[in-house]
Design a protein around this ligand. Sequence first.
Ligand code: FMN
Length: 637
Amino acid sequence: MSFPEIQTRAAAEWKGLWQSQKPLILVGLATCGMAAGGNATMQAIKEELAKRNIDANVMPVGCLGLCYLEPLVDIVKPGRPRICYSRVTREKVAELIEDYLVKDNPRPDLALGTIGEGSVEGIPKFFDLPMLRPQVRIVLDRCGTIDAENVLHYVAKGGYSGLDKALGMQPEDIIKEVEKSGLRGRGGAGFPTSKKWQEARRSKAAPKFVVCNADEGDPGAFMNRSVLEGDPHSVLEGMAIAGYAVGTPNGHIYVRAEYPLAVKRLRIAIEQAKELNLLGKNILGSDFSFDVEIMQGAGAFVCGEGSALMYSIEGKRGMPRVRPPRSVESGLWGLPTSLNNVETFANVPNIVVRGGEWFAKYGTEKSRGTKTFALTGKISRPGLIEVPMGIQLRQIVYDIGGGIPHDKTFKAIQTGGPSGGCLPTSMLDTPVDYETLTKAGSIMGSGGMVVMDEETCMVDVARYFLSFCRDESCGKCVPCREGLPLMIDILERITGGVGQPGDIERLLAMSDTVIKGALCGLGTTAPNPVLSSVRYFREEWEAHVNEKRCPALVCKPLINFYILPDKCAGCGICLRACPVEAITGGKRMVHVIDQGKCIKCTTCLEKCPTKFSAVKKVSAETVEVPKEPVPIAAGAK
Ligand SMILES: Cc1cc2nc3c(=O)[nH]c(=O)nc-3n(C[C@H](O)[C@H](O)[C@H](O)COP(=O)(O)O)c2cc1C
């Protein structure tokens, strides 16, 4: 079948769904949707439709980005706009179907927004919602709208036109177009994609390889997973175009085994693309062949590093190696290999179809295009976002993320995963681009973005992220293998209340040594959380070391809980809840915490009814309380 014939088939199938006389119901079934009960919702929808004899098309789709509002369900009634409903748990299904499909009441109270053309009174436009207005969706454009397990949906929405066009171009011209776009690697380092492809193309040895890095090991990151679950063909198409540009039929994609849904959808996508000759031998009747093999990684963070990843594919232990030679000269099995991140590849088809200049319109001079981020932590609207490069962190936190929940204040934002840096309020106007983030003491990374509020201890955060890197270090080079545990020893000393004068300086000096001496990016960036935290929150570090005080009241050895005699009602709730029987008291008796027994689990603080709020958490402060339970003073609560 020729590509125009495939497009015609796809358009007919797409039209059959969206312009049919039957309602169309889309259910968000990426991992976030499933975790929120999307499968049960889908089942309930099917049962309800069958019960009422309603003939409708029901279709699973990927993530629209509003993970915190899943399960998301969109309903398209014939001739009406698409309406997106949020938090449609299985219990709400019958009501929604009855009201909208049967009685024609679109239930604006349950609706989030209308998507696409047309409007409905009382329902805002989805992409005008505050969290979506500042976003630009290039990579995520199709996620949440197509069935990822149907290649024709992808084609109907413009898919594989990039590959079709590329096959009519000279490989060098494709590389030039990518150069014009200014696309830089989205895996973290921001290396120019065109340069990598050019070098791989020029390498003399054969065969060559194109590899996609879908390891995504950063804690809290799920951008790549969402693209693979919601729009896997965009990555395959990008890889095939790269294969044509570089001059190789061999593609590998390295996905972590903890992403079973992404792996499943990728497998289906590869099979379906092959059936239509969009992958495989002599693609679309051309001389170019390209196939993709999936390799599942066992989940080691270091296997996301390019050279370690390639050893892992070869079946060897995933450990980075000294460079040069670079992978474009000597990668997989010692042969030229061009490695790119999922998001880098997903950008490529659009660049080929619309041109490099179109892509370069977005972003800043040195960081073109958009970037996806997994926005998590202490934020009102966590989820998956795609923003133009250059957007300020403040816009992401407040306009898109909705600010900090529970009336708490913003403290820091960490970009770049475990080896990124924590930026404070004073840096909220920082534009998100590779150079500025690095200058500010953080990194772009692959897209993890964690927001922290006033209840976060910045010393503890540094300890947490550094421990992650220590645990994930492969142990090959001394600075990383020995340096990180030694740094953790000092950090545990500080958060444990036995920090010594000079510890902060010792940590800074050790950071310097690790950065200068480590073999790969894991070691050279691991000290970033420590460095940025000391740079922006030094007072908090000094309070820990000099006053044995944790200002955020987080570090357990530095905090104590007391029951305030003038507030305790003697209700006994804390006493019964305490898991270590550290609380004594009785009816109408002021309760007392045995400081020696208390494990600082915060249960008493959480269980004490708000109307009493009798439990106080302090650091480096002694509160005058009775040593033994005493009767509650007359006139007290
Ligand atoms: C410890 C470590 C982990 C990494 N993990 C990933 C990852 O999960 N995904 C990724 O694309 N790049 C990761 N990288 C970066 C890769 O080494 C490489 O730069 C990237 O895959 C190249 O693709 P790009 O040019 O499209 O960004 C990691 C690097 C290091 C040092």
